[in-house]
Write a protein that binds this ligand. Sequence first.
Ligand SMILES: Nc1ncnc2c1ncn2[C@@H]1O[C@H](COP(=O)(O)OP(=O)(O)OP(=O)(O)O)[C@@H](O)[C@H]1O
Ligand SMILES: [Mg+2]
Length: 420
Amino acid sequence: MNDFISAIDIGTTKICALTAAVVHDSLGNPALEIIGEGQALSRGIRRGVVVNVPEVTEAVSEAVEQCEAQADRIMTNAHVGIAGSHIATTNSRGVSAIDPQTGVTEADMQTALAAARTIALPEHQEIIHTVARSWTVDDQREILNPRGMSGYRLEVDAHVITGSSTAVTNLVQCIRTHDINVDGLVLEPLGSSRAVLRKDERRTGVALVDMGGGTTDIAVFLDDGLCHTEILDVGGHHLSNDIAVALHAPFETAEDLKLRYGSVLPERVADDEVVWAKVFGERSERSFSRRFVCQVLEARAVEILEMVGLRLEESGYLNRIPAGIVLTGGASQLNGFNDLGRQILNMPVRSGAPLPDIPIIALPRSLQSPSHATSVGLLLQALQEDAREVKKRFPVNPLTSADSERLGKTMRWFRNLLPG
Ligand SMILES: Nc1ncnc2c1ncn2[C@@H]1O[C@H](COP(=O)(O)OP(=O)(O)OP(=O)(O)O)[C@@H](O)[C@H]1O
Ligand SMILES: [Mg+2]
């Protein structure tokens, strides 16, 4: 097992780099101790996707350098989050024969997963993850880990996540420029889920909704496995932008108003309360009704929540998530979001920050917020993969077009995440 693990979350708003030492908890189980943390304002990312490689590379360098200085060690490898509306998912099955003498081996599991990956891919799309949801050995279904079981036929129920080859290549390039090997690309909501979802919720059925700056990521878990993912092109930026448009104010002013006075429940705000803001075309600040500002936020929040409900309904999972919705990501911290979520979606809604029982010893306060669910979750994902030694690397060397093609091919079989 590695001694150190790093993760980089490249969000639309912020880039967060973390390094942790792999240690053991009091029971001797592998755990992490965070030794370095770096954060930079994001640039060159739109709706979760790299649109300007030099800008992102520079911002990554700021976050990584801070992290390295605190950790007092150079980052050589990292797990990196990926999101964006180019991500598509599908469920698929694969089969492998089992030698009854040996029982199910790792190689049998890989063969079944490889078969599950043989799906028709649209042009310029490639497979990013293949997540094993459950296994069947002969007639015994819903097995979480079949290794060592005896039988004749192994079948896997897998969730296959695909993404645009260009988006993947650009993202990896922004990291490799810093001489950092990309140990794995992890779907961001899958990372967040490791940090914020409770086991009983994942088992019963729950949807994780990660509302960031540029995207809202949905991940549905049932029977402890990921079964559906969607990435919506809308997030906290849209809430701020709506205020900017409504007040004719610069985006930064609108963002500040949102953070200081925002709520998605305007009826809870006194109707005579005013806020002051500098707007375009006027020299001094102007006053606005705080309730009006909150009404603007409410309208967009309702739209986002309705969109989440609609997507869940279309996917067929709306009625299969008794544990309801766990809202995480920076934008979920807006006042009233949980209550509005309950009203709109008519199901339990709770807010999700990294849980106290995750295997991270003394999680720093700065990382205990919903804004850091993804970066903390990426570390947890890395720890799990490290323990299982299924890691596949993207070594550092200059990206040529032949490299890009090879990268694409490697990506096709590079991620096999086992449930649990
Ligand atoms: N306390 C808060 N109240 C309301 N909104 C907040 C708060 N803190 C952060 N936000 C909003 O959260 C958004 C950023 O969230 P987050 O840090 O999760 O995004 P990101 O990971 O950079 O973006 P993405 O995941 O969409 O690429 C911004 O729109 C910001 O305005
Ligand atoms: Mg994010």
